[in-house]
Design a protein around this ligand. Sequence first.
Ligand SMILES: [Zn+2]
Length: 259
Amino acid sequence: MPELPDVELFKKQADKALDTTIEDIEVTDSKFIGVAKSTLDKYVKGKKPQESSRRGKYLFLLMSSSNALIMHFGMTGLLKYSKQTSDLPEYTKCLFLLDNGHQLMYISKRKLGKVEFTKNLDAWIDKTGLGPDALEISEADFLSVFKESRSAIKSFLTNQSLMAGIGNIYADEILFQAGMHPKQKTNSFDPDDGKKLYGHMQEVLKKAIEKEADPAKLPDSYLIPKRKQGAKCPGCGGKVNSYTLSGRRGYFCPKCQKK
Ligand SMILES: [Zn+2]
């Protein structure tokens, strides 16, 4: 499932479309489009994307100071920039044809994920209740929400209204690097642990972006390439275990991440 580092890579694809004109928009599967095609034709077609930005797992392509295309990638979505071709990748759901002979393709194999449009991006973000981006949040702001939280530390990291961008996979990695048990309650940690967690969160997200969110390119000390029951823990050589929290399966090392 695309998380902050993946969406940052999609942003780099979107950036290639800045200063081009979107000549046409083709919707091949309307289930993925949370906006009328006529609205896209009116406010996006014929326009130049001026800026891209990202908040958590959402990508925004600004068509003016407030009009924006909004993309969310669900479980399997991605955005790709390529030369125009009639031979589209399977599961292409929406296509933006650019005047430089290239195109942006929104591709998603499974049903979740959506392309939307708003005339007021700030109001849209407020309404959605998205917290600050996990890479942008200051240490002071992070520590203040950390202090207030009473939930399991993993639920805290993945709560998009507190901080946006971290999902199942990167939460497990951050907690592994910090040596913290995913189910330990946030309020049972020392205040210094909050600082430690913030440092690991920044480090893991930046490293993942640098390595193009590719598990094969991540350092040997990372858990992500070893997300399998019984895999060898890169920290202690023991066995990686799975666990379930809020109905989702995660991975951790019981020896390196004691409660
Ligand atoms: Zn271990």
